[in-house]
Design a protein around this ligand. Structure first.
Ligand SMILES: CC(C)(COP(=O)(O)OP(=O)(O)OC[C@H]1O[C@@H](n2cnc3c(N)ncnc32)[C@H](O)[C@@H]1OP(=O)(O)O)[C@@H](O)C(=O)NCCC(=O)NCCS
Length: 162
């Protein structure tokens, strides 16, 4: 385990898929569930790299599908650490489709995922701090903190009513 603070560049990742017929739904466009599994996978790897531990997905939110993806498109997934709490981390994923022949790029999907780091006994473990270096990283960190705090408030309120 690596417990020292890290910047976002140390864990950020980018990957790309060629959309094939086996990735599509009955309408012939990319199946959202397949894209969601790719999002979960890249975000989990970013979280693992940041904390140097096994992680589990605890929450996926604000996932949007803004433009259909077609067979032959290149799908580019960019993922980086937005925020760290005590044992949890929010990772952002942005998905862009690229026409490989014209180079035209269109943003299709974005999502925020929260992971919890686990120790050797599968219990939540403290994660390294995130070193913020740019205004954009600070904006992402602040927004993710608002999401984490409002989620905790909401869960508390919902529990009271159950
Ligand atoms: C993730 C898990 C270990 C957390 O256990 P827990 O007993 O709720 O742990 P805690 O209450 O100590 O919370 C740990 C962290 O998770 C966060 N958390 C817990 N429930 C959450 C939720 N519903 N949404 C967002 N964050 C949540 C807490 O805020 C806390 O963050 P912090 O330490 O940064 O403040 C447990 O819920 C679990 O095992 N879930 C199943 C995960 C899974 O199977 N995922 C799918 C496959 S990867």
């Amino acid at each position: 385990m690596n417990s020292s603070a890290k910047n976002t560049k140390e864990s950020a990742m980018e990957t790309r898929y060629l959309i094939m017929p086996n990735h599509t739904n009955h309408q012939g466009t990319a199946f959202g569930g397949t894209i969601m599994s790719w999002i979960d996978m890249i975000a989990a790897m970013v979280a693992q790299k940041h904390c140097g531990r096994e992680v589990v997905t605890v929450c996926v939110e604000r996932i949007t599908f803004e433009s259909p993806v077609n067979i032959g498109d290149h799908l580019i997934l960019k993922s980086s650490m937005n925020y760290v709490g005590n044992t949890s981390m929010e990772v952002g994923v942005s998905v862009i489709k690229e026409n490989p022949f014209t180079g035209e790029c269109v943003k299709t999907t974005s999502a925020y995922l929260t992971f919890v780091a686990l120790d050797e006994n599968k219990k939540p473990a403290k994660v390294p701090q995130l070193i913020i270096e740019t205004e954009e990283e600070q904006r992402r960190f602040d927004n993710a903190k608002i999401r984490a705090e409002s989620r905790k408030e909401l869960l508390k309120k919902l529990k009271k009513k159950e």
